[in-house]
Design a protein around this ligand. Structure first.
Ligand code: CTP
Ligand code: MG
Length: 233
C-alpha cells in the first residue's frame, strides 16, 4: 500500500497573535512544522508528504524542508487555500493520479503526534476506509447555549477529535468533491465530510499530548516536549 501524508499548513494563526503563522515559529530551534513532519515520519509508514502552505510561503517552506529534513521520503509543498478544507482539497488534487492508496491528513499545528497514533490512523483507514484520531472525554460534558446548559452529553460516548485522520484516497477525494458541489467550504475537519457521504468513520486512539497549538501559551508549553523528540536529520 502506498501511504501519503498531507499536512495542512496554510493557516495564518490569528488566535496566536503577532509574529507570523504559528507553523513557521521556532520551537526548540526549528520551525514548528519541521517537528510535525519529523513526527509523521517517525513510524516509517509514510511514503511521501505534501505540505499545503499559503502561496506566499511556498519558497520559504520548501527551503526549510531541505535545510532541516534529510530523509529519503519525498516532501513537497503546494499552495493551500482560504480555508483548511480548501487547503486539504488542493493538496489532494496535487497528489491525485499517483497510485496513492491511503492519505494521512494532519494539522501542521500538532507537532506532538505519537508514532502509535500515526500507525493507528493508517491501519484504521486500511481496515475501514476512514479513521480519525480521538480522545475520550475525561470530564463531564454538556452542550451550552446562551450561558446555560442545553443538554448533557454522555461522557462515555464523548470523544474529542484530533488529527491525524486517514482515508482511502478515493473516499476522501469523493467526500471533498461532494462537499464542494454542495457549497461547503469550511468544514471543521475531513472526517465530517466522509460522514456527510454516509460512510462510516472509525475512531482510533489519539492522545492528550497531541494538542493543537492554538494560543501563544500552547507554543510555550510544548517546547519542553519537542526538545526531547527526534527529528529526521
Ligand atoms: N490551515 C490550512 N489552511 C487554512 C487554514 C488552516 O492549512 N486556510 C491549517 C493550519 O495551518 C493548521 C490547521 O489547518 O495547521 C488547523 O487550523 P488552526 O489551528 O485553526 O490554524 P490557523 O487557522 O492557522 O489558526 P487560527 O484559526 O487561529 O487563525
Ligand atoms: Mg483556523
Amino acid at each position: 500500500v502506498k501511504v501519503w501524508g498531507l499536512v495542512a499548513a496554510a493557516g495564518s494563526g490569528v488566535r496566536m497573535g503577532e509574529g507570523g503563522p504559528k507553523q513557521f515559529r521556532e520551537v526548540a530551534g526549528r520551525p514548528l512544522f519541521v517537528h510535525t513532519l519529523g513526527a509523521l515520519l517517525e513510524p516509517g509508514v509514510i511514503d511521501g508528504i505534501t505540505v499545503a502552505v499559503a502561496e506566499g510561503f511556498l519558497a520559504r517552506a520548501q527551503e526549510i524542508v531541505s535545510e532541516h529534513l534529510a530523509t529519503d521520503v519525498p516532501i513537497d509543498c503546494v499552495a493551500g487555500g482560504a480555508t483548511r478544507q480548501e487547503s486539504v482539497y488542493r493538496g489532494l488534487v496535487s497528489i491525485a493520479g499517483r497510485g496513492i492508496d491511503i492519505v494521512v491528513i494532519h494539522d501542521a499545528a500538532r507537532p506532538l503526534v505519537s508514532p502509535e497514533t500515526v500507525r493507528a490512523a493508517v491501519d484504521g483507514a486500511a481496515a475501514f476506509g476512514a479513521a480519525v484520531a480521538a480522545v475520550p472525554a475525561a470530564e463531564a460534558s454538556c452542550l451550552a447555549e446562551g450561558g446555560f446548559i442545553a443538554a448533557y452529553v454522555d461522557r462515555t460516548r464523548h470523544y474529542t477529535i484530533q488529527t491525524p485522520q486517514a482515508f482511502r484516497f478515493d473516499i476522501i477525494m469523493a467526500a471533498h468533491e461532494k462537499a464542494r458541489s454542495a457549497g461547503t467550504t469550511d468544514a471543521v475537519d475531513d472526517g465530517v465530510l466522509v460522514r456527510g457521504m454516509g460512510e462510516e468513520v472509525a475512531v482510533v486512539a489519539g492522545s492528550p499530548e497531541n494538542v493543537k497549538v492554538t494560543y501563544i501559551e500552547d507554543l510555550n508549553r510544548i517546547t519542553k516536549y519537542t526538545e526531547g523528540r527526534p527529528v529526521k536529520k
